[in-house]
Design a binder for this molecule. Structure first.
Ligand SMILES: [Zn+2]
Length: 275
């Protein structure tokens, strides 16, 4: 089932069933039908601003104002960049990194922390204001005017309906020597942390929003489609880059927070394949 919040925000309707497909070769999972760009715009416009938070809390009582604020919390960022920083540093050893674009990077917090010595840019459809020290580019045309040494996407690929189309858009922005760095959660619909979260949330809904809980009871509540419409494996991420016309330089798994509760993450650094 589609999360009631998504159904309302994107389609102005109550929840409905979707397919969840799984690739037996690479373990990639995706919800089908896919989100079109116009639907992504509706979902992510003014992302995590007041109206987003309020409407989300209507069907997800745990998504309070304080919780929403906590997502932008400095401590949370320290955890993220503390884990990713050394990975990126090692992967980019010996590479020139004078300018970086955070594609889909919200306020640009990540590149601001990871690349303090580079010129830092962010492009995001949410339209939110960037943090100090990061310049917002307002269109992909504007992005194309500059040649970046590195284009970063962080926690983006799991949100987009057509990752290969997204890579075509990044191709159009990249200069011949631009590197692309992806950072994406390692998830699957039936991994233990995912199931645990869904069970707790459904339990809360049953008590606080019985109508919403009932609307999900057609068998789909455990694998509800939320903002993550793709679940990547390392193999799937690397294969996607190859198909998009890139050479994978290095890739791997790292973890935000300690095992077993920490979130495992995937990263991939690629250069454009010679034509
Ligand atoms: Zn596959």
């Amino acid at each position: 089932m589609v999360a009631p919040f998504l159904a309302r925000r994107i389609w102005q309707r109550e929840t409905f069933p979707v397919e969840l497909s799984h690739c037996a070769n690479c373990d990639f999972e995706f919800y089908n039908p896919r989100l079109e760009l116009t639907e992504e715009m509706k979902l992510y416009h003014d992302y995590r601003e007041s109206e987003y938070q309020k409407s989300r809390q209507e069907t997800e009582p745990w998504y309070s104002e304080a919780f929403n604020k906590g997502l932008a919390d400095e401590k949370r960022w320290t955890g993220r960049t503390g884990a990713l920083g050394p990975v990126v540093k090692q992967a980019l050893t010996g590479r020139k990194v004078a300018s970086v674009l955070d594609f889909g990077g919200d306020r640009g917090e990540l590149v601001d922390k990871l690349f303090p010595d580079a010129e830092r840019f962010v492009y995001d459809i949410s339209g939110v204001e960037p943090v100090a020290g990061v310049t917002a580019l307002r269109s992909e045309e504007e992005c194309k005017q500059r040649g970046f040494d590195v284009i970063v996407t962080s926690n983006l690929l799991e949100h987009v309906g057509f990752p290969l189309e997204l890579m075509a858009r990044i191709n159009a922005i990249a200069a011949p020597n631009t590197l692309v760095l992806h950072d994406v959660p390692l998830e699957s619909s039936l991994s233990a942390p995912m199931v645990a979260r869904r069970v707790v949330q459904f339990g809360v809904l049953g008590v606080t929003r019985p109508k919403v809980a009932k609307s999900l009871m057609h068998g789909g509540w455990l694998r509800v489609m939320h903002e993550h419409v793709n679940y990547f494996s390392l193999k799937a991420l690397n294969e996607m880059m190859r198909r998009a016309g890139w050479n994978v330089l290095s890739s791997g798994i790292y973890r935000i927070g300690a095992a077993p509760l920490g979130q495992p993450m995937l990263w991939n650094l690629s250069e454009r394949a010679a034509v």
